[in-house]
Design a binder for this molecule. Structure first.
Ligand code: ATP
Ligand code: MG
Length: 489
């Protein structure tokens, strides 16, 4: 089979000229060839040469444009350059052997066949010749083309050896199965099951990279079901694994929270590509196993699971080495607030409840609503429509209240600094109490969100609590005005 038409760019042409002139063999290999046959675009190209990859990269780059910067990784014998937003990586064909404690192989020079044999899956071991004599010819010693057409993930060598050598490949298998909607060959899957413990030599960062790719796939549930079935999930993510299963008492069963979470994640995947919102969908009910209760004559409850779940997030992120920054805070916020919008559906709901949610969710309110909409997993179409309609009502209420009161990015009209100056007291509990009281009065709609109203409210608070003003409202506005103009300078 020939794919010469598909590899007509200038980089491939120069590689071809150079290696043909030097009577060498070079091939474009791996993910690029796989994606080309699948009709998916890809922005990284691997070229393998029976000879020095570094020298070939340098020669090719020089012919295209001497100004192109080539980066080298001497110890790996690879070189790379960027041309027209594609990355070209060059490497000498090699043979690999492994020792037990590391996924980094011992390498020696080899033929292209050796190089294909060291690759993880047959679909990733396809090569197209760049030599003029058979330009574009598919070199496929392991029937990868047929696996690609049938949607099968299979290893060129004994899968037990492949996965034990480099256990990251087990996650790659599941990741490709998810991204491409492929089936993992049975023998390969069994080998994954028996090698789960080998994952201990893989860094958490690498594991996360694959988890992120699974989560970003069009139907992430495919991957998580495979992770669960293979035993990998309970090894890398026990809290998620603990969500599996249903329990029945007095004829009452609760739903399987693992499958429910996956359904929510799939639903959300249709609405957004945001990685962290997808993480939030996966984790929104993570607190359920630890809050599960059976209440006689009532059934199963998971009271407070959203708060429990939010509390669990830092521990999970820390252990898994996920980021502990605002990404984590964001996921926590989504988890803790996911039960809130539904309460706002009721006709009698007050503006105050709407304002509170707006204030707490801030700029993430739209993401929260998207998560809630994805959280509707009923099989009853009529019910789904009714729930979606309810959330439309909530969105409308949110919009109306926000337009009226602007609490989404609430800044208190009276700052702690102003309070300290007004009463001449240092930082203390009472300052927080006053701020909190003003905030509540605004969110409850007792007063409007402006300085004058807040000051009047504070006067009342001071009288009730025997606090004495040492500065007047005018003084404070003057001091603030001065401070502000100094800031502006
Ligand atoms: P993607 O770029 O979508 O992550 P890919 O298959 O191109 O997928 P890369 O990491 O770019 O993955 O690797 C390029 C090629 O290198 C693969 O197609 C495969 O042939 C080989 N490869 C990558 N990782 C491994 C591994 N852990 N074991 C064996 N071969 C691998
Ligand atoms: Mg790639």
């Amino acid at each position: 089979m020939k794919f010469s038409e598909n590899i007509q760019n200038i980089v491939f042409q120069y590689v071809s000229d150079i290696v043909t002139g030097q009577e060498q063999e070079a091939y474009v290999i791996g993910g690029f060839v796989r994606d080309l046959i699948l009709g998916r675009g890809s922005k990284d190209v691997d070229i393998v040469v029976e000879g020095s990859g570094i020298k070939l990269a340098r020669d090719v780059a020089h012919r295209i444009d001497p100004k192109i910067r080539v980066s080298y990784f001497k110890s790996y014998g690879t070189a790379m350059f960027r041309y027209k937003d594609t990355e070209y990586e060059f490497v000498g064909a090699r043979k690999e052997s492994y020792n037990h404690d590391s996924r980094n192989p011992i390498v020696e020079d080899g033929t292209v066949k050796d190089d294909q044999l060291r690759r993880d899956f047959t679909i990733n071991a396809l090569a197209l010749s760049l030599h003029q004599d058979n330009y574009g010819e598919l070199i496929d010693p392991f029937n990868g083309y047929s696996d690609l057409k049938r949607g099968i993930i299979r290893t060129p060598r004994d899968p037990k050896v492949t996965f034990s050598d480099d256990p990251l490949r087990m996650l790659r298998a599941i990741r490709f199965a998810t991204q491409l909607n492929f089936h993992i060959d049975e023998e390969a899957f069994d080998a994954i099951v028996s090698n789960v413990e080998r994952l201990k030599i893989i860094s958490k960062e690498r594991i996360n990279e694959e988890l992120h790719k699974i989560i970003l796939a069009p139907e992430p549930s495919v991957g998580f079901k495979l992770l669960a079935k293979s035993g990998i999930l309970s090894y890398v993510f026990p809290e998620l694994s603990a969500m599996q299963g249903v329990e029945k008492r007095e004829g009452m069963a609760h739903k399987d929270n693992f499958f429910h979470s996956l359904k929510v994640l799939d639903n959300l995947a249709r609405l957004t590509d945001d990685l962290w919102l997808r993480w939030a969908a996966l984790l929104h009910d993570i607190g359920k196993p630890r809050t599960k209760r059976f209440v006689e004559e009532h059934g199963w409850t998971f009271h407070g699971h959203e708060y429990k779940g939010a509390k669990m997030i830092p521990g999970i992120f820390k252990r898994m080495k996920l980021p502990l920054n605002q990404k984590m805070k964001y996921v926590q916020k989504m988890v803790s607030l996911h039960m809130r919008p539904i309460i706002l559906v009721e006709d009698e709901v007050t503006d105050s409840a709407v304002r509170r949610l707006l204030f707490e969710a801030g700029d993430e309110i739209d993401d929260l609503m998207t998560l809630c909409e994805a959280d509707i997993t009923s099989k009853n179409h009529e019910k789904v429509q009714r729930y979606l309609h309810n959330y439309q009502i909530v969105r409308k209420k949110l919009l109306e209240v926000e337009q009226k009161d602007r609490v989404r990015n609430f800044q208190p009209p009276i700052t702690g600094e102003m309070i300290m100056q007004a009463f001449d007291i240092g930082p203390s509990r009472i300052i927080g109490d006053i701020k909190q009281a003003i905030k509540n009065a605004i969110l409850d709609g007792e007063i409007s969100n402006n300085f004058d109203d807040a000051w009047a409210f504070m006067e009342g608070f001071a009288a009730e609590n025997n606090l004495k003003f040492v500065r007047s409202k005018n003084d404070i506005t003057l001091i603030q005005g001065q401070a502000k103009s100094e800031d502006d300078r």
